[in-house]
Design a protein around this ligand. Sequence first.
Ligand code: KG4
Ligand code: ZN
Length: 350
Amino acid sequence: MDTLKNLPVKSTSPTTILAIETSCDETSLAILECRGGLKSPRFKVVENIITSQIPIHRPFGGVVPNLAKREHMKNLPILWEQISKRHKLSAISHIAVTVGPGLEPALWTGIEFAKTKSKELDIPLIGANHMEGHLYSNWLPKKGKLPRIPFPAIGLVVSGGHTILLHMTAIEKWTVLGETLDDAAGEAFDKVARLLKLPYPGGPEIQKSAERGNPNAIPFPRPTLQQKNYAFSFSGLKTAVLYYLRDNPKTKKSDIAASFQEAVVDVLAKKTERATQEYKIKTILLCGGVSANKPLRERLAHTAKKLKTKFFVPDLEFNTDNAAMIGAAAYIQLLQKKNLPIEANGSLSL
Ligand code: KG4
Ligand code: ZN
């Protein structure tokens, strides 16, 4: 199917994308009106409906792929019905769907649904990269205003499965400076929450518990901070929490949560700060599920102020998984006349 040659680059009428996200435990559908070229893409989020499966996976302490698939299959037609009642689908020029990275059974559900709708309505289909979605969520409106993002920029992408530091010279041009060697930041939050007997997902629960704790109570290690590279590693920190709990069972849970959170934030912020100085950066971009973390947002905002750079983080609605960001990634791809194979790729990289 030819999706890429029909894009009206200079037209004033928007390219309207209906996006579908099912890579993990959120089923989400969005409609995005997209305008502008690669230098200044502009997005209007017409709809962004998110159904979270958290209550279903919570008793298992993490996402169960087959349960996620079953829930996506149940939710997708319901969300589609809602969207098609409220909007004229004849205005949609493209359907976009996440093809990876993510849980393959969950990805396939969205892909099969998108393929069926694309055929039924004769609308071209675009495959989008979930991590590009997180990155481009920074170009979505913030408190109703469109961000202006100067380059070069550093992108810190922190989610349940990824921790990536990017050097960007343009919206579509970046190099990966470093990634995690083991657990991702979100994964570390989730695993440490389990050690503390806090429910899934761990990130928000640790943040909540940490509000009552002392971040300097326990000097947990700052893995990789001494290394002059941009790699991350969080599994040693998780093990340090495990041993600390074993040896100090009476310590307040909130002190452990606060000290662990402080260690993660410290490593992420200091590496971002070093990259910002090394590459003479104008903008720091934070994104991915962990970017919902308040102390991390505040710390990077402070770093940016100190270094006189701009700082952007998406509105909370667009931090964790959502389809609006998938629509944005699809549009950036369209502008580059690129398309991804429409097949699930669980380990697709940036
Ligand atoms: O991006 P996301 O929604 O899904 C993936 O692509 O993985 O990120 C989910 C991750 C989970 O590990 C969750 O614990 C973490 O984001 N998270 C947080 C917070 N909210 C979500 N981590 C720390 N603090 C938060 N407030
Ligand atoms: Zn995500």
